[in-house]
Write a protein of this length. Sequence first.
Length: 279
Amino acid sequence: MKRHWLYIAVLAALCACSQKPTEAQTSDGASRQSNDTILVAIDETLASLPLVYADDKRMWAEQGLPVKYQSYSSTKDCAEALRHNEVDLAVIEAEHYDYLLPHNPSLAILGHSYNYWGIISPSILRLKRVKDLENRIVGVSRNATSQAVCNEQISLSKTNTKQMAFPQIDSPQTAYNMIINNQIDAIVLPEPFLAKALAMGGRMLMENNKPVLKKAYIVFDSQRKDLLTATTIEKIKKVYAAASDSVNVARKQDCTNLLAHRFHLTTKEIEKLNMPARK
């Protein structure tokens, strides 16, 4: 295990360098464009695709909703922005919501969508299955979907975790960078970083070799009664549900330009992409 702890120390230093706050993360309530603007925290994963789609199709404008987005490097950062009143709504993972709710009982759900997740290893290691991760280092984000997926796959494969290590890596972009740079044995990634890693030669280590669907929520603080009136909440629910349904129906055909320009995906990456679903 000495190798593990030395490796983890190096990883911690790498993550500290790569997970610098974005401009949005360092902003405060005073930076809002206007008092009536509804600020929404989105991350860089396809959990935010319905919101991005709604903006692209001017669905907010049709309902008279002055919605603006602020991007964050992870859904945990989105939740922190909501907690500090930097934004009015936020996209977070279902597991993270369950973890936060006891500490934030006024947190309320406006809608949900789904995204695909998988465990990826660098091709250089030639790992083929979850069982091969025994005695290895797997990056996860704790109290989040990443950790849940990892635990589920380890349980299904009956993998012995005694000699495994699980450094915390919250940012999917950082996680992706570590995989393509061969800095870790394996990591749990959501779409579109899953497709990006596969396009770069990464290996899927999931049981049955398939990614799994996990739920994400758009949430708000139900104690907020000033900007988020009952009428506004109903309009937001309507737009979000319609956008989620449209993304599921439109699939890649109607979203190709959006995926290329807003999520910076190449044609090869889009081909490997598992589009989010709405059950």
